[in-house]
Design a protein around this ligand. Structure first.
Ligand code: COA
Length: 174
């Protein structure tokens, strides 16, 4: 049976096969370690009965006042383990954690061209809140959708009223 467990430092030496995917964002070692140290409950991995890593989710909670929210920094599942409901389980877990922390919503950024992931997030109840211009830099520059899902604390869905105009990165509130 697949088990979901907290990501550990050792997993950083074992998750390369998952990260090879071109749509999976890769970060420097320090970035992962910062997440492990600050938001360990937001960094979970799915492991197969044979001990292979199948996928992981990495996130955090941040914001002030009604902007207090959970954030999905990365979610990815290895090609051979896709379509088994793993991403859904990982996302559900992050939402439960955020609910317990009394967050108002969960958000994430996704490439506007990543139709598969956008479709999955929509199925999980996320809406496109706004477009962030040139969010992705480097080899493949691209806009991002900032997608959101309201949690139980946001009873009136105030956090998920979509913006009509795109924003620039420097206009994002962190
Ligand atoms: C996107 C990704 C995380 C989905 O992982 P997954 O474990 O296969 O997703 P799930 O099995 O939990 O699928 C949940 C739902 O998403 C949708 N979905 C997932 N993969 C799909 C596909 N290939 N085609 C159509 N719909 C798909 C389905 O609605 C699915 O529900 P269903 O199987 O009951 O129909 C995975 O494809 C991946 O790692 N992609 C590369 C990295 C990436 O794009 N991450 C997101 C960046 S923001």
């Amino acid at each position: 049976m697949t088990s979901l467990r907290p990501f550990t430092c050792d997993d950083l030496f074992r998750f390369n096969a998952i990260n090879l995917d071109p749509l999976t964002e890769n970060f420097g070692l320090g970035f992962y370690l910062q997440y492990l140290a600050r938001w360990p409950e937001y960094f979970m991995v799915a492991e197969s009965p044979a001990g292979d890593l199948m996928g992981y989710i990495m996130g955090k909670c941040e914001g002030v006042g009604e902007n207090w929210h959970g954030h999905v920094t990365a979610v990815t599942v290895g090609p051979e383990y896709r379509r088994l409901g793993l991403a859904k389980r990982l996302m559900d877990g992050l939402e439960v954690t955020s609910d317990k922390k009394r967050c108002y919503f969960v958000d994430l950024f996704v490439r506007v061209s990543n139709k598969l992931a956008i479709g999955m997030y929509e199925k999980l109840g996320y809406i496109i809140y706004r477009t962030v211009l040139d969010y992705y830099s480097g080899e493949k520059e691209e806009d991002a959708y900032d997608m959101r899902k309201a949690l139980s604390r946001d009873r009136n869905g105030k956090s998920v009223v979509p913006l009509t105009e795109p924003v620039r990165i420097d206009e994002l509130e962190f």
